[in-house]
Write a protein that binds this ligand. Structure first.
Ligand SMILES: Nc1ncnc2c1ncn2[C@@H]1O[C@H](COP(=O)(O)OP(=O)(O)OP(=O)(O)O)[C@@H](O)[C@H]1O
Length: 717
């Protein structure tokens, strides 16, 4: 299984020699100069003309033949916005599929499913929808308006807002018009928005509402490429020459000829950049991950063929931030690939309304980041705690049966314990119904590590939550658990891609490296960072540690990119220690290990509290924290009551919990010597957590530098 001492897996099966040239038979695909220099084909004009709403149901053939051509390219990577790359194509089988552009993928869906519902949303409080044909036409209209506003080839359109049809239409319209679509996190500060908009040389920014607009107006003068701003929700509160409402924007391009847009679409090549995903900064400054059209379409098609059993009938919910690759890939691209129907959640989804959307939509496939599953678990536990003793006993009995059954199914034994049917009828079906997951075939988690405890909780309710693993740089998923899965494993590599573990240790843990058509082009304008991520043969180094089991299931065992290296030279992975502290101490919300280049380890802790409607942590202790306090004879209801006087009973309990974790550590260097309880919990709004709720360690260190200095100067604690 190895070439140079590294374990190499190709879709979990074959070993192969790793020479970029030997596995990139792009030469077999005709690489011609982009068609921008050639007039649009007559066929192209026919298509568009045939796509008005009055036209017959079947959409005419696509503007380009499916055997598309690629732009000339001699490298697997690029950091220039306008430079094409070689594709990592296989000679045959998965990975050898003909590359297509986003427009081609979209047209194919419209041809097959023109009148099927693509998007379901609320408009002025009323339910509304768009068919695939209407959605396509809106994207064309938006593209014409972008052209009219002066969007230049390979320049950015920054999109800043909560999930909505306008977000999708702006994204796709930008790509049709030859721009680079770039999502911007709604939680970004004005400066962070400016960074992204300037980095992608955005000509146009599409913002959700006045709140987001205000941020852009603060930094507008530092955006030399910006020509217009479009606001897609709410009344415009000011009238300026560069600001458009969504309705105004969609009409702007009405006089742009179809031929002009078709020529732009026809000039696009699958190996050119179309989208930028900005990393959220958990490991440093955001980087613009350049994704090619093929990255997007190949990954979407490969993933959808794994997930979807019923073309045109899958149902999804769009609620996770679309500037993150996982949400974007599933909600926009995978859904397009299998002609699914996407419901839009309300902006307060993560504050509680998600469950209503879940019950309305009853999705067939649902992705939650770990925190979403944890929150559901916490809520169900809270409700369960208030149930009568009899109900509690029934639920506990059913859960033990659910766990046995699912472990047995996971191992392929399919042993059905006695009472399973009864438990299913009394408990499991009801829980699924209440959660809106009654017809959900695949519940997924991804984007960050999830605890075994949460996975087992759902498993015990007969809701197996399957893990996906990947990164922005792999266009989203690189390994998936679909029908076959193992608890704690991220599954197996997607067909047509490969994984190798570099420099495995004696237990088989090595750096997870990716290969495949989902591997990104490079970081925009960052050759050094690109070289760090892509080695000379074109393998993407994830910075994650992983190992395989005997059945080739991948387990992520650590993050090299967040390894703590103490002053004594000891390498310490923080997450297992942080997780151990959190599970010892139910009052703790977040724990962050400190110790990089320092003499010993310490920990920043936060207490569980109630979040307000804006997702900001309040001073009120959460019900779980209150319980913990009561168990330790403390009547406090507020975080500050505990931290102000270092409430002895609670601090002692924390000290003891940490002591228990330390007692299990493998060396003295791994022991937590000191801790500080912070006055405020971490949050996305506060900036300590990224959008997928991973800790933004460098930012937390900056925010709490003074406290950290105090720990190490020995002045306090
Ligand atoms: N299922 C999973 N289990 C454990 N870790 C995961 C899983 N999925 C993703 N990750 C982690 O998330 C990383 C990818 O993060 P992503 O590309 O989404 O970046 P980000 O959160 O936007 O920001 P940054 O690059 O700044 O961390 C992976 O390298 C891995 O560390």
């Amino acid at each position: 299984m190895s070439t140079t001492g590294e374990s190499v897996l190709s879709n979990g099966v074959a070993a192969m020699d790793l020479h970029a040239d030997s596995i990139t038979p792009d030469s077999e695909i005709q690489q011609t100069p982009p068609a921008a220099q050639t007039p649009a084909s007559p066929a192209a004009e026919e298509v568009v003309e045939g796509l008005s709403t009055e036209e017959p149901k079947v959409v005419p053939m696509s503007t380009q033949s499916l055997a598309t051509t690629l732009a000339p390219a001699d490298k697997l990577w690029s950091t220039s916005r306008d430079k094409a790359v070689k594709l990592r194509m296989e000679g045959s089988g998965p990975g050898s599929e003909t590359p297509v552009t986003i427009h081609q993928m979209f047209l194919e869906t419209v041809e097959k499913s023109a009148d099927q519902t693509a998007l379901i949303f609320k408009q002025d409080g009323q339910p509304a929808s768009l068919t695939w044909r209407e959605y396509y036409e809106k994207c064309r209209a938006a593209a014409k308006s972008f052209l009219k506003l002066g969007l230049e080839r390979f320049h950015g359109v920054g999109i800043l807002g909560f999930n909505s049809p306008e977000w999708f239409i702006s994204d796709i319209g930008c790509i049709f018009a030859g721009g680079l679509a770039a999502g911007i996190y709604t939680t970004n500060s004005p400066e962070a928005c400016q960074y992204v908009a300037a980095n992608c040389e955005a000509n146009i920014l599409v913002v959700e509402n006045q709140k987001q607009l205000d941020k852009i107006l603060q930094v507008k003068d530092q955006l030399p490429h910006l020509k217009a701003i479009v606001q897609y929700k709410g009344e415009l509160q000011q009238k300026t020459s560069f600001l458009y409402s969504w309705e105004e924007f969609m009409k702007l391009g009405e006089d742009v000829p179809d031929e002009q847009l078709n020529a732009m679409i026809d000039s696009q090549r699958a190996n050119e950049c179309c989208t930028l995903i900005y990393t959220s900064g958990t490991t440093g400054n955001p980087k613009g991950v350049m994704l090619s059209q093929d990255n997007v379409t190949w990954t979407a098609r490969t993933s959808s063929s794994l997930i979807s059993k019923n073309y045109g009938q899958e149902i999804l919910i769009s609620y996770l931030p679309l500037s993150h690759v996982a949400a974007q890939m599933i909600d926009i691209w995978i859904s397009m690939s299998f002609a699914g129907t996407t419901y839009f959640a309300e902006p307060d989804a993560l504050k509680g309304s998600l469950v209503n959307t879940l019950r309305d939509a009853r999705p067939t496939c649902f992705l939650g980041v770990p925190r979403v599953w944890e929150k559901m678990q916490e809520r169900m536990r809270d409700v369960g705690a208030k149930a009568s003793p009899l109900r509690k006993r029934v639920a506990d009995w059913a859960k033990s049966i659910g766990l046995q059954y699912n472990y047995s199914a996971m191992e392929g034994e399919n042993w059905v314990p006695w009472g399973f049917m009864l438990a299913n009828n009394l408990v499991f079906k009801k829980v699924r119904g209440v959660l809106g997951l009654d017809r959900c075939r695949y519940c997924f988690t991804g984007a960050a590590p999830i605890t075994r405890e949460t996975l087992e909780y759902f498993l015990s309710l007969n809701i197996p939550v399957k893990e996906l693993y990947g990164m922005s740089e792999s266009s989203g998923p690189h390994t998936v658990s679909i029908d076959e899965y193992r608890i704690g494993s991220c599954g197996k590599v997607i067909p047509g891609s490969k994984i190798k573990l570099e420099k495995p240790d004696e237990e088989g843990n090595g750096e997870v490296c990716f290969w495949g058509r989902n591997v990104f082009m490079g970081y925009l304008n960052m050759p050094d960072k690109t070289e760090e991520a892509l080695d000379k043969d074109g393998w993407l180094h994830s910075g994650d540690l992983g190992k395989f089991d005997k059945d080739n299931f991948l387990y992520i065992t650590g993050r090299i990119k967040e390894l703590i290296i103490t002053a004594g030279g000891e390498n310490i992975p923080p997450v297992p220690i942080e997780d151990a502290v959190k599970s010892e101490l139910p009052i703790i919300s977040n724990a962050m290990l400190i110790g990089d280049k320092l003499k010993f380890l310490s920990m920043l802790l936060t207490l569980k509290c109630v979040m307000d409607d804006n997702g900001e942590p309040t001073n009120e202790l959460s019900p779980e924290a209150l319980d913990f306090c009561r168990q330790h004879g403390v009547n406090a209801t507020q975080v500050s009551e505990i931290t102000a006087n270092k409430e002895p009973a609670i601090y002692n309990a924390i000290q003891e919990g940490i002591g228990r974790v330390n007692a299990r550590s493998t060396s003295n260097a791994q022991k937590i010597q000191k801790f500080v309880v912070l006055e405020r919990d971490f949050s996305v709004v506060g900036g300590e957590l990224g959008p997928t709720l991973k800790l933004r360690r460098p930012i937390v260190v900056k925010m709490y530098q003074e406290k950290i200095n105090e720990i190490y100067s020995g002045e306090k604690q």
